[in-house]
Design a protein around this ligand. Structure first.
Ligand SMILES: [Zn+2]
Length: 244
């Protein structure tokens, strides 16, 4: 039998737990964290940025609370980047049905408070769906939380550099940049986001160019770690509450 202390220590990533530990955990708590990201172009950075960051911020936020974290649902909704090699886009219906099956499974296991930590703006339809799912599953509370533009994290990013965008410095952490890939030193002009919204995938690729929407490509690790600490703290607060 595991002690509460051992559970606290072990219960972080669901991949580091067995089913007996989950069963024991659920006798004392009913929260879990489900990160969701995207596999899509991020300029010179990893195609996995949105999945890497949503999972990592979840794990670091949940760790002291002992709340288990599922592996990120890596694939998201990103049709506009489909002309960039390596990008994978789920249809809205696929993404929604995938999340329905996951939430049904979590409910069946006994989880009653689920925090979805989202790292990708295109996944907004999934957030709408969680509201619909909750209306039909009134014993489960699901929060859909965009970690990257939550108020404190967004304010911290803007305080570091007003121009922060997709695939810019703002997403360039030691754990999303690639070894031996040099970053341009320039401060890229913001792309025309109104044109981008009107564009098909091939046009979008032409508008976006290397993938950065605008701003510097990299800032100091000190600044990035300071931003990260704000994001981890803010995400932890959302795991803590409020819950319905
Ligand atoms: Zn991103």
């Amino acid at each position: 039998m595991l002690t509460a202390q051992q559970l606290r220590w072990d219960a972080m990533r669901i991949f580091e737990m067995n089913w007996m530990q989950v069963e024991t955990y659920l006798k004392g708590d009913d929260r879990c964290v489900l990160p969701i990201g995207s596999v899509e172009q991020h300029g010179y950075l990893s195609l996995g940025v949105d999945a890497i960051l949503s999972e990592r911020v979840s794990v670091e936020a949940a760790e002291p609370l002992g709340v288990p974290v599922y592996p990120a649902l890596s694939f998201g909704i990103t049709p506009y980047f489909s002309a960039f090699p390596g990008t994978i886009s789920l249809r809205v219906t696929t993404a929604v049905e995938l999340v329905r099956d996951v939430l049904d499974s979590l409910k069946r296991a006994g989880f009653r408070r689920v925090l979805m930590v989202n790292g990708h703006g295109g996944n907004a339809p999934v957030g709408s769906f969680t509201q619909e799912w909750m209306a039909a599953n009134t014993d489960v509370s699901v929060k859909f939380f965009n970690w990257y533009n939550a108020p404190k994290t967004w304010a911290k990013a803007k305080a570091i550099d007003e121009v922060a965008s997709h695939a810019s410095w703002m997403e360039n952490f030691p754990w999303t940049r690639l070894a031996n890939i040099a970053m341009p030193n320039e401060r890229k002009m913001m792309i025309d986001t109104d044109r981008l919204r009107a564009a098909n995938p091939a046009q979008a690729r032409a508008i976006v160019g290397d993938g950065n929407f605008g701003g510097l490509y990299q800032r100091s690790d000190d600044e990035m770690l300071a931003l990260w600490r704000v994001a981890v703290d803010e995400t932890r607060g959302v795991i803590e509450g409020p819950w319905a």
